[in-house]
Design a protein around this ligand. Structure first.
Ligand SMILES: Cc1cc2nc3c(=O)[nH]c(=O)nc-3n(C[C@H](O)[C@H](O)[C@H](O)COP(=O)(O)OP(=O)(O)OC[C@H]3O[C@@H](n4cnc5c(N)ncnc54)[C@H](O)[C@@H]3O)c2cc1C
Ligand code: FES
Length: 345
C-alpha cells in the first residue's frame, strides 16, 4: 500500500506492508516521521488522513487525547486499509545516511533474572545482528499481549547479536506480567527499532550529565558503555545520578562502580535514595556516592557551578524526567538541544 505524506516542508511517498503501522513503515524507509514513544502514549506521531482509510489498532491509546481535529490519528497505532494520503504539521526530513535504520526483527529471550523484587533483566538473542546507537530503544511485542512496549538497550555494540534490557514491573501491566511470570527463557518475541533521539556519540565533545529514575538507568548504561569503550572520560567529565527508593531497590551498583573505577578523576556516580538516608560506609562500592533525596534534587545540589559545556540525558518515569528538565532549563540554563530524554510512559 502506498502512503503519501504531506509535511510542512515537502511531500514523501513510501510503502507499507499489510498490517504494518504507518509510523514504522515510514521510519523503515528512512523518513524521520515525528514520534517519541512509538507506543501510543505521547501523541507526537499525530497526523491527519486526507484521502483513504485507516484502521486503529488501539482506539483507547492514551495519546489519542492529543487528537483534536477530524481525521487525526496516531501513526504508531494505525495501519492503512489501502493507498492513503496524510498530512503532518511538522517539518520532516530524511534520516542521516549514517543513522541506524529501524527495522522489524525477531529473537528469543535469554537469561531472564531478577535484579530486585520488581526489576528483571533479560536479553534478546537476535536472529539477525543489528546496529543501534547508545541511548536508543526498541519497541518489543511479547506473545499474547497486544501492542508494543518501549525498552531501552542496556548494552552497546555494533553488529549486536544480543540486546540487553531491564524492566521495572508495573503491577497488572500486560508485558510486565508476562516477563515476571517465569518460564520465558527461549520464548520468541518481535521488535521494531532501533528508535529514539537521546543518543550519545563520542564526537559530541561535551561533558555528560546522566540523570536516571529507576529503570531509566538502562539507556544510561549503554551511554556509559560507549563512552568508556572510547575513553571519553579521559577528556570530558561525566556525572551520573541514579534515583531509587532505597538500597534494596538499587541494582547495577557493581557495574556502575566498575565504570567509575576506570575513570576515577572524571567520572562521578551518585545514587540518590528518595525514601531513606544514605548508608554510612558502603565499603562494597568505594567509588560511588550516596545521598538522600529525589534524583533531580540530588543532581541539582551536586551540580551547582558545573554545567559548562554540558549535554544532559534523562530517562525514567515522566514526573522524574519533567522535574529534572525544569532544573536543567531554569537553574542550569541548558538549551533544549542539550537536554535529551526518554519518558517511560
Ligand atoms: C522510549 C521508552 C523507553 C522505555 N524503556 C523502558 C525500560 O528500559 N525499562 C522499563 O522498565 N520500562 C521502559 N519503558 C516503559 C515500558 O515501555 C512500559 O510502559 C512499561 O514496562 C509498562 O508496560 P506493561 O505492559 O507492563 O504495562 P501496560 O499498562 O500493559 O502497557 C503500558 C504501555 O504499553 C502500551 N500498550 C498497552 N496496551 C496496549 C495495546 N492494547 N495496544 C498497543 N499498545 C499498548 C502503551 O504504550 C502503554 O502505555 C519505556 C518507555 C518508553 C516510551
Ligand atoms: S509516538 Fe505515537 S503516541 Fe507516541
Amino acid at each position: 500500500m502506498k502512503i503519501q505524506v504531506n509535511a510542512r516542508n515537502r511531500a514523501y511517498r513510501f510503502s507499507v506492508a499489510e498490517g504494518q503501522r504507518i509510523l514504522y513503515g515510514g521510519l523503515a524507509d528512512g523518513i524521520n516521521l515525528p514520534y517519541e514513544c512509538g507506543s501510543g502514549t505521547c501523541g507526537t506521531c499525530k497526523a491527519r488522513v486526507t484521502a483513504g482509510q485507516i484502521d486503529d489498532l488501539w482506539p483507547e491509546a492514551p495519546g489519542r487525547k492529543y487528537l483534536k481535529q477530524p481525521g487525526e490519528f496516531l501513526m504508531c497505532q494505525c495501519t492503512a486499509r489501502g493507498d492513503i494520503s496524510l498530512e503532518v504539521t511538522n517539518f520532516v526530513y530524511t534520516a542521516d545516511p549514517g543513522a541506524c535504520r529501524p527495522l522489524p526483527g525477531r529473537g528469543v529471550v535469554r537469561n531472564p533474572r531478577l535484579l530486585t523484587r520488581d526489576v528483571i533483566a533479560f536479553s534478546i538473542e537476535l536472529t539477525e545482528p543489528c546496529d543501534f546507537d547508545a541511548g536508543q530503544f526498541m519497541v518489543v511485542q511479547v506473545p499474547g499481549v497486544s501492542g508494543y512496549r518501549g525498552y531501552s538497550m542496556v548494552n552497546f555494540e555494533r553488529g549486536a547479536k544480543r540486546l540487553d534490557f531491564l524492566v521495572k514491573k508495573k503491577p497488572g501491566g500486560g508485558a510486565s506480567e508476562w516477563l515476571f511470570k517465569g518460564g520465558i527463557e527461549g520464548q520468541s518475541v518481535e521488535w521494531f527499532g532501533p528508535l529514539g533521539a537521546a543518543t550519545f556519540f563520542p564526537a559530541l565533545a561535551k561533558n555528560l550529565l546522566l540523570i536516571a529514575g529507576g529503570s531509566g538507568i538502562a539507556g544510561m548504561m549503554s551511554i556509559l558503555s560507549r563512552a568508556c569503550q572510547e575513553h571519553y572520560f579521559d577528556q570530558y567529565h561525566g556525572y551520573v545520578f541514579f534515583g531509587v527508593r532505597g538500597m534494596k531497590d538499587a541494582f547495577f551498583l557493581q557495574e556502575l562502580a566498575q565504570f567509575q573505577s576506570e575513570f576515577p578523576q572524571k567520572l562521578a556516580v551518585t545514587i540518590a535514595l528518595s525514601d531513606e538516608d544514605a548508608p554510612v560506609g558502603v565499603s562494597d562500592y568505594p567509588g560511588l556516592m550516596f545521598d538522600r533525596g529525589f534524583v533531580h534534587e540530588v543532581a541539582a545540589r551536586h551540580m551547582k557551578g558545573k554545567y559548562q559545556n554540558m549535554r544532559a540525558y534523562l530517562a525514567g518515569p515522566p514526573p522524574a524526567v519533567d522535574a529534572a528538565i525544569r532544573v536543567l532549563l531554569l537553574e542550569a540554563k541548558l538549551t533544549a538541544d542539550n537536554i535529551r530524554y526518554d519518558k517511560f510512559s
